[in-house]
Design a protein around this ligand. Sequence first.
Ligand code: MEV
Length: 311
Amino acid sequence: MGSGKGYGKTILFGEHFVVYNLPAIASALGSYTTAEVKVVDGKGWEVIDQRPATPGYKEKKYDEAMHSIKNVIEHMNIDVGCQKLEITFSGDLFAASGVGASAAQATSLSRAINETFTLMLDDEKINEAAYEGEKAYHGTPSGIDNTASTYGGLIWFVKNSDGGKSTMEILQSPEKIPLVIANSGITASTTEVVADVRRLKESNPEKFEYIFNEYKVLSEKAKKALLESDKNLIGKLMNQNHKLLQDITVSSEVNDKLVEIAINNGALGAKLTGTGRGGLVIALARNEEIQEKISNAIEMEGYQSWKTMIG
Ligand code: MEV
């Protein structure tokens, strides 16, 4: 038997843009998914999913999750013709759209298989296996989610345009920054939203070129601001990033409403995080008192929220 962990993540800057080889910044969360793998008699594999989750999330993602598990098992060359894997997922990461739940699942499984079969794989190989899992969720994952899930910390990530190794840099910020994560309760399909953005980009390449150029400048400023823990500037850039995400149609009424609640309650900046069209919103707070205020305001409106520190 073996077990392994995969961290959840939040994308601070650059979801969707990262698919087109623009830089993005993500922070791993303290919460993680755990996988336990037991080899039993029989063949194939069986999944016991005990992760806490947004109602409907597991049902909506069921087929993609099974496909992802299959991809990881095959990539890691595990023969399930003469033995059966009993796989149990648990942990304190709340599975919801935007929190990197699929990547955390694939990463934890890769680590658990690595331990069960004493494969002695390093993090780079674990990350590669988890990336194969992520492909089940949409054909062109940037790899940022599995990278944050594998390595943890605050990362600057640029996908390699030729399919080679992507760039990953760990950022060290001088100060931890309070963040609120708000859950819209809506499970979005990453496959559908990423495909919609691609169609839109193909139908209006000039508009996208303009937006991409604006985002590129923003991402460099965000990196510097995070390295200096300049909260005011990070917040301002988050607001600008949200605007660009609205421009590429991945925000929605509920995302904008959660952003507004956060800003009205003292957030320095707020934006959707991850796929969008539901899922999660993140808000940056100057201190833990304001973090608490934002979190309470979101819950008063009937939405779930979590408090975390990034940096
Ligand atoms: C999903 O968490 C982030 C997206 O940018 C997709 C990806 O990076 O593969 C929407």
